[in-house]
Design a binder for this molecule. Structure first.
Ligand code: MG
Length: 387
């Protein structure tokens, strides 16, 4: 448990949390944010992350990252940075472990399908869906829906949001309308997420044979660390070399983020979390030089990995499966299992259609990759196209 005495004044302090939607007695021996973290770890949506993917479809291989291992890596990176900056580790961990709870099966391909299909019904955003999971969809407690997390955890989970959705998100949506900042803990997890996925996508991309070391050497961020590793350890094999380079890249990014943020914090000298929220820009950030290097890396990955024909094939098949599921449930809602079907409400056909669309989106978004594949098979009685 983070010792409150060690927290910086501008950290999120347990004692001054803006609280939960439904009043509850405080925990006896944990902080409010530890309780949030524990509720997330015990949730159904968290367990499903094990079978949801980022880039590679779940059954492609056992060694690739899943959303679960990704979330754990984000939590690890976030906590080490939080400790150094004297921010609240428990809160960063809660946000990190929950940040991807609303992701659809099959990574971004799934999100694109739901976003398109839900266009006439209010759209679909994965960050907003993560909030929906912790506020409404989890069913675990007698006295309230969702997990009833603190304001600070929910604020961190909703890292981006359209203005339309922000208007429906109550106090959590206000910062998008007022253009204020979230807590430093939330800012930090957002960047730790980028550090984690850029680096593990390189690692997974190399393992899958979709990227080569020669290609990666075009990228200054990789080349710099690669040359150091090869010079210092010319005898080690390829696998160790890659891991050495990746861990050094993560370290370099973490150090840059810490040092640049320390400087920004000392210049702005916020006295408390309200000063952080009212500051014109985020106070946790990479240096300008690092931002440029990160952008190059991102562009490289987009071009060479995310648009690699083998990844595109996986995505295309995933899109077809989810599109078919969505259309089928919308045309015949009685094919939905009883539990979601019973929740369809509305007086008029239009209201029922609207309600049905949201329930179908929630149902599909909650699926793991393998569940979506088997649901496709159950409905159409033919093997799903291999993804
Ligand atoms: Mg993420």
């Amino acid at each position: 448990m983070a010792n409150p005495c060690n927290l910086a004044p501008y950290a999120a302090h347990d004692s001054s949390t803006r609280g939960r939607i439904h009043q509850e007695d405080g925990p006896e021996y944990r902080s409010a944010f530890q309780r949030d973290r524990d509720r997330i770890v015990h949730s159904t949506a968290f367990r499903r992350l094990e079978y949801k993917t980022q880039v590679f479809v779940n059954h492609e291989g056992d060694l690739y990252r899943t959303r679960l291992t990704h979330s754990i890596e984000v939590a690890q990176i976030s906590r080490s940075i939080a400790r150094t900056l004297r921010l609240n580790e428990d809160l960063t961990e809660a946000i990190a472990l929950a940040h991807d709870l609303g992701h659809t099966p099959f990574g971004h391909a799934g999100q694109d399908v739901l976003n398109r299909r839900m266009g006439p019904y209010g759209g679909f955003e994965h960050n907003f869906q993560s909030l929906r999971v912790v506020e409404h969809l989890e069913e675990r407690y007698a006295l309230f829906p969702g997990l009833n997390l603190t304001f600070e955890s929910r604020e961190g989970i909703l890292k981006h949001c359209s203005l339309t959705n922000a208007r429906t998100a109550g106090e959590i949506g206000e910062r998008f309308l007022n253009q204020t900042q979230p807590s430093l803990e939330a800012q930090l997890v957002n960047l730790a997420d980028q550090i984690a996925y850029n680096n593990h996508d390189i690692d997974d991309g190399l393992r899958a044979g979709l990227l080569t070391i020669d290609q990666l050497k075009e990228i200054p961020l990789f080349r710099e660390q690669y040359e150091i590793v090869v010079q210092q350890h010319p005898q080690i094999n390829r696998r160790r070399t890659i891991h050495e380079v990746v861990r050094r890249m993560i370290n370099r990014l973490v150090v840059d983020l810490i040092e640049n943020s320390q400087e920004a914090l000392s210049n702005a000298s916020p006295q408390n979390i309200d000063d952080v929220r009212n500051h014109s820009t985020p106070l946790i950030s990479f240096s300008a030089e690092q931002i440029k290097l990160n952008l190059e890396m991102k562009q490289f990955l987009r071009e060479k990995l995310y648009r690699h024909y083998r990844v595109m094939r996986m995505s295309a098949k995933a899109e077809r499966i989810l599109t078919k599921l969505f259309q089928t449930f919308m045309e015949e809602p009685r094919l939905l299992p009883d539990e979601p079907y019973r929740q369809i409400m509305g007086e008029s056909p239009e209201q029922r259609e609207q309600s049905c669309a949201r329930i179908v989106a929630d149902y599909i978004a909650g699926m793991t990759d393998r569940y979506a594949l088997s649901e496709h098979q159950r409905l159409f009685n033919s093997p799903a196209p291999t993804v």
